[in-house]
Design a binder for this molecule. Sequence first.
Ligand SMILES: [Zn+2]
Length: 155
Amino acid sequence: MRYVLDASALFSRHIPENNCYITPEVVLEIKDQRSKDAVEGYISAGKIIIRTASEDAIDAVQIALKTTGDNISGPDMSIIALAIDMDATIISDDYGIQNVASTIGVSWISPKTEGINKVLVWKKKCVACGKIYNSTYTDSCNVCGSELKRIARRK
Ligand SMILES: [Zn+2]
């Protein structure tokens, strides 16, 4: 079993003994010096291996993002993409990552919480009349002209 970790998983102290991978994007995201030192320690001890995700896998993640309407960061995308490349399980507490991973069929586990048990899809809802729109819709409500709010819906 191989695992791809995000930053939250790295510092959860619940990481597997070996076969842990992270992406260079995640390493760059770590700003705190003590955390950086801790990660460098893991890397030099061979507990964590840095690997770059393929362009094809990044493309697959971007296509899935259009379906779910999730808005996740570049490092988060790289984590999911690397998990596709390596047929690995993602360890992350991030709902966005978990949601997109579920959509693509990548398995994930959460280091702390139970996570989501069903795939969430982002929609927009009119604050006044309640009409539901796709997350890509950017105008105000076409029925009453009110503002739209982003909501998560179970599929
Ligand atoms: Zn409305």
